[in-house]
Design a protein around this ligand. Structure first.
Ligand code: ZN
Ligand code: ZN
Length: 301
């Protein structure tokens, strides 16, 4: 493990991946070390259900261990069911409450960022959906300090808004809309590269990726808190989700160098399919090399 913390070799982007917690958080940290992760993402509850995150006895030990190992940031991905833009009041209230609970649980693990999907307006139009999303983010933050027992109104962790694939009535698949929501809600964002690609942002050549990076920088600038750096399974503009390991989907690995070059210091966390520990470690290593501007002669360039 890189016990000195942070990236080396002139590289500025912390690199890591989503990890499982089913074997306990101690095991998660061990895996992070084995894979060479400098940043990690975890779930704090079943993302497919509404169950409240269970208090974890190993939380403080995990927070201390991650800090000691120099892993930063620790990211939590919130429930997929959360839809702050929902047209149904009950769904919206449930979503605000759920995000607040996830923010509190993230804080208890020492996690700094909590990724939340921008949601769908459900047919009421983007303007209406945007109002609800912005209000929901504000409410969830307020409620999170209450849930976590903060008396001074401090927020236990920072919500970051993730761009979707742009299917149906999903909001914020375009950088302009994502930027508007982020600015109005006073939050930063997590840009999922596989989602951006199938939403129509052409990363299929390094030149294309440089152009996309420029567009992203113009729309969001300092509001880009992190990347979900995933290769896309599906075609450009298909609006169909699906992640692939780097170099195994639609995006040549050299595109990642162009993208990360435009965002120095911004963490990149992969949510690519799990393989053997060796293969996963190689993928982390590959992205580190790409982030250092040294594309490897392998994969589909
Ligand atoms: Zn996500
Ligand atoms: Zn993602």
């Amino acid at each position: 493990m890189n016990s000195t913390g942070g990236p080396a070799n002139g590289r500025t982007n912390p690199i890591g991946r989503h990890l499982q917690t089913s074997g306990g958080l101690r095991k998660t940290l061990r895996t992070a070390g084995e894979l060479g992760c400098e940043a990690i993402q975890v779930f704090v509850s079943n993302p497919q259900g509404w169950a409240v995150p269970a208090p974890r006895e190993d939380g403080p030990e995990f927070a201390a261990g991650a800090r000691e190992a120099g892993i930063s940031p620790v990211v939590v991905h919130s429930k997929y069911l959360i839809n702050l833009a929902s047209g149904k009041e009950e769904g919206r209230e449930k979503s605000v409450r759920a995000l607040a609970e996830e923010l509190a649980a993230a804080g208890a693990l020492g996690a700094e960022l909590v990724v939340v999907h921008s949601g769908s307006h459900g047919g009421d139009g983007a303007m209406e959906g945007m109002e609800r999303l912005v209000a929901g983010l504000r409410q969830a933050r307020e409620l999170s300090s209450e849930v976590s027992g903060e008396t001074d109104g401090a927020v236990p962790a920072e919500p970051v808004l993730e761009n979707p694939v742009g299917a149906g009535s999903q909001l914020c698949s375009l950088f302009g809309e994502l930027g508007e929501a982020a600015e109005r809600a006073g939050v930063r964002v997590c840009v999922d590269t596989a989602h951006a690609f199938v939403a129509g942002y052409d990363l299929s050549t390094p030149e294309g990726a440089a152009g996309v990076a420029e567009e992203l920088r113009a729309a969001l600038g300092e509001r880009v808190a992190m990347f979900h750096l995933n290769d896309a399974k599906n075609e450009l503009g298909s609006h169909r989700d699906g992640h692939r390991k780097l170099g195994e989907g639609q995006v040549p690995v050299a595109s990642w160098t162009e993208l990360l070059r435009a965002f120095p210091g911004v963490p990149a966390v992969m949510e690519t399919p799990y393989d053997t520990p060796e293969t996963d470690r190689e993928e982390v290593e590959l992205l580190k090399e790409l982030a250092a501007g040294l594309p490897k002669e392998r994969g589909s360039v």
